[in-house]
Design a protein around this ligand. Structure first.
Ligand code: FAD
Length: 365
């Protein structure tokens, strides 16, 4: 089999790998992205696309910093992806309404410290925002939170990469990272070997498996999340609504997502009747109108889970030229743009947009 050369290889074609490839290509690097299946079909397809962590004040500062950068840059990113691909990722400023939150003081303190808008609402205020809502005595309202239609965003990113000259190779599983004397030399794939001086692993939930032989035990494990999809009238529900961990995301065309489960069951993505019942119950108790709507789809995805939700973004401490950008857990869509930019800064030795220490491979996660 032939050996091919590229400056930089990206392993994994989810949102993280594709946004990283885009940042590097925009800086002039020659980039090849290797994807085991088809791009954007794993967690990045399965997710909800909320451009905020759920209950964002409960996260570490290092997660907040990535999220804030992403929230600030999403309008521009979405516009650029649309222009570059002709595919509208449907960024929608639908706001986030959280019902019956217990730690409201912590939420307000965080909002003040980080200049986020959080308004406290009582029952009347909740019904003014969402007349069909049947639950909630009080709520916290974040009007500035948006959503994106993540499967469309992934399609747009894929098409944009080709325009930027990135070689996107699908059905090209990486089976081994080639390391000699502490330096990365390239990768072995099912289609042959590729030489490169820099390799970025962005393989989502599968990242730890690839790195397992290289001494640094990164803690990334699959965490299954199931979702269901209703078909409703557009604007039947207009805001993202979160109630004790279960949420409703209304898309522009009337489809309504409800998620999600959090299951530590390894690499398996089957959907279950129990989850269907649990999600239907949560959704229909919140909005009884949904009981009249058809559930048109149910699916599961594997989040790249880390213990704290802080992703790994950095160079391998013992292997020069090998980088990891993975472990975004429940927040890869909102954290993706900043993670990609920071990764590119580190690979290209530019001044980083954020202090990188908290995301280093040998830091506490
Ligand atoms: C139900 C659910 C709801 C979610 N909701 C949200 C949300 O509202 N907001 C938010 O910000 N985030 C959300 N997330 C999280 C978000 O989807 C993930 O954090 C993000 O998609 C991770 O992106 P990724 O590119 O790292 O992983 P993935 O999208 O899983 O991509 C990894 C890619 O690597 C490929 N790969 C793996 N191994 C190899 C190999 N050896 N060789 C080549 N390719 C390989 C895989 O095939 C895959 O395409 C949600 C996730 C789920 C499951």
């Amino acid at each position: 089999m032939s050996v091919k050369n590229q400056d930089i290889l990206i392993v994994g074609g989810g949102i993280i790998g594709m946004l990283t490839a885009r940042e590097l290509a925009k800086a002039g690097a020659s980039v090849r992205l290797l994807e085991r299946g088809a791009t954007g079909q794993e967690s990045s397809w399965a997710g909800g696309g909320i451009i905020s962590p759920l209950y964002p004040w409960r996260y570490e500062e290092s997660v907040t910093a990535l999220a804030a950068w992403g929230q600030q840059h999403y309008p521009q990113l979405s516009r650029e992806l649309y222009e570059e691909s002709g595919i509208d990722p449907e960024l929608l400023p639908s706001g986030l309404l959280m019902l019956d939150v217990e730690d409201t003081e912590a939420a307000q303190a965080w909002a003040t410290a980080h200049q986020h808008k959080i308004e406290t609402l009582h029952a009347d205020g909740l019904r003014d925002l969402e007349p069909g809502l049947a639950q909630g005595d009080s709520g916290l309202w974040m009007p500035d939170v948006a959503q994106i239609r993540n499967p469309r965003m992934a399609q747009a990113a894929r098409s944009a990469l080709q325009k930027l000259g990135v070689v996107v190779e699908e059905h090209a599983e990486v089976t081994e990272l080639m390391v000699e004397s502490g330096v990365i030399r390239g990768v072995q794939t099912v289609n042959g070997r590729y030489d490169a001086a820099q390799v970025v692993v962005a393989s989502g939930a599968w990242s730890a498996e690839l790195l397992a032989r290289l001494m640094v035990p990164v803690q990334v494990e699959p965490v299954k999340g199931q979702m269901i999809l209703y078909r409703a009238q557009p604007d039947a529900i207009r805001h993202i609504v979160l109630n004790h961990g279960k949420y409703i995301i209304p898309r522009r065309d009337g489809h309504i997502l409800t998620g999600s489960t959090l299951e530590f069951v390894g690499f398996e993505k089957s959907t279950t009747e129990d989850a269907l019942m649990e999600l239907r119950q949560a959704a229909e108790q919140m909005f009884p109108l949904l009981a009249q709507c058809e559930v048109v789809n149910q699916w599961a995805g594997l989040r790249p889970g880390t213990p704290t939700g802080i992703p790994y973004i950095g160079e391998h401490p013992q292997v020069q030229g090998l980088y990891l950008n993975a472990g975004h857990f429940r927040n890869g869509v909102v954290l993706g743009p900043a993670s990609a930019r920071l990764m590119a800064d580190l690979v290209l030795k530019r001044a980083p947009i954020l202090a990188p220490d908290a995301y280093a491979l040998d830091s506490v996660h």
